[in-house]
Ligand binder design. Structure first.
Ligand code: PLP
Length: 393
């Protein structure tokens, strides 16, 4: 009879399984038992497939990254602890001191800070350009520009990037095109197929879709990949097995969820556009009034995304009132959830910009970002109408 002190710490081997689990298991192990130092060395060097230490890779990250790699038709894909982690990996693997990064002027606030503040501290120059203006973008490329970053559908005013044209501009200038595809997801757009070199997504959003995970994706071509695994491991940006498992499960319904939410998004945008007494402007690539509507139709194959942004005529006081009155739409400063949610860019996603920068981008106190969920279109319309009704009193 073994002593409990000796038995309890030992993990027992599983008898061989005759059947395969249909749902993937979770492998929480931080470390793997290796047969020999040579085997560990070969695996850590990438000469042998397999796992040694969770920070360098684990099966749940592999399963999630592989599904994303196939969706994006990428040579390589990796999952990171957050969406910002994926952007940081792109930055750290592609740039070094003395290089210049050219950023779309309308990026998620934290992405702007990553390059404008953190990269600057490492000696990386940054400037911004309106990437919807292709001539201005080409003119803004410098001899030391190594990276051009744009969002497929920009956060929060939903300008649409012409990815094929931006790839041409970047490559002509000797730079890599990195696309933040968070708002589109591979269901609407596959930037690598349009010529981009790297694509990142916050898997936290629509790809997982269930408000219970923070994760990021970086996928790309073989040419830009060599430093990526080392950067993820050395900077400790790896993901957790449980989060990857949850996101893999979320991803299994992504096409259904996203298609439904896109249909609801168009219906919500059309409804908001009809509310001219309280709504001054509606931004949605599916509306004929959107500046890049034709590009969006061509690039996204007939759907236009799950985010609708609108500006209330009454400015910040109206936004405060609307957010309280639209009580069936939770005010959650994120997006891409199953349920419809609201956000207020001035005080949340874009608070990192100065008031002058926000004003130049067109983000005002009355700007509301609506993330449309999978409820019925009628539910979303009624919930919006309830919020707008309060502004008429
Ligand atoms: C467009 C965009 N990119 C990147 C991120 C960062 O992702 P995460 O929150 O997973 O770090 C966000 C988060 O809101 C985002 O909206």
């Amino acid at each position: 009879m073994p002593r409990p002190d000796d038995l309890c710490p030992q993990p027992l081997p599983l008898p061989p399984l005759a059947t395969t689990p249909h749902a993937p298991p979770i492998w929480p192990t931080s470390v793997w038992q290796c047969e020999s130092p040579q085997q560990a060395d070969d695996m850590l060097a990438g000469r042998l497939p397999g796992y040694v230490y969770q920070r360098d890779g684990h099966p749940n990250a592999y399963l999630l990254a592989e599904k994303c790699r196939l969706l994006h038709e990428a040579d390589h894909a990796a999952v990171t602890a957050t969406g910002m982690g994926a952007l940081a990996v792109a930055m750290l693997s592609q740039l070094q001191s003395g290089d210049h990064a050219l950023l779309g002027s309308r990026l998620y606030g934290k992405s702007h800070q990553l390059f404008g503040v953190e990269a600057a501290r490492l000696g990386i120059e940054m400037s911004t350009v309106e990437t919807t203006d292709l001539a201005a973008t080409a003119a803004a490329i410098r001899p030391n520009t190594k990276l051009l970053l744009a969002e497929t559908i920009a956060n929060p005013l939903l300008e649409v990037a012409d990815i094929a044209a931006l790839a041409e501009i970047a490559h002509h200038g000797g730079a890599v095109l990195l696309v933040d595809n968070t708002f589109a997801s591979p269901i609407l757009c596959r930037p690598l197929a349009l010529g981009a070199d790297l694509v990142m997504e916050s898997l936290t959003k629509t790809m997982n879709g269930h408000s219970d995970v923070i994760l990021g994706l970086l996928a790309g071509t073989a040419a830009v990949w060599p430093r990526v695994p080392q950067v993820i491991s050395a900077f400790g940006l790896a993901s957790s097995p449980f989060d990857c498992w949850l996101a893999d499960r979320g991803l299994s319904t992504a096409p259904l969820r996203i298609e439904r939410a896109c249909d609801n998004g168009l219906a919500a945008a059309e409804f908001l556009q009809s509310q001219s007494a309280t709504v001054a402007h509606v931004h949605y690539p599916g509306l004929a009034t959107h500046a890049q509507h034709e590009l969006a139709a061509r690039q996204f194959g007939g759907r236009f995304g799950t985010i609708v942004t609108f500006t209330l005529a009454g400015g910040r006081p109206a936004a405060d009132q609307f957010i309280v009155a639209a009580k069936n739409i939770p005010f959650c400063p994120s997006l891409g959830e199953l349920s419809t949610t609201l956000s207020h860019p001035e005080t949340t996603s874009h608070r990192g910009y100065t008031p002058e920068q926000r004003a130049a981008l067109g983000i005002t106190g009355g700007t509301i970002r609506l993330s449309v969920g999978t409820e019925s279109a009628e539910f979303v319309r009624d919930a919006l109408a309830e919020g707008l009704a309060a502004l008429k009193n």
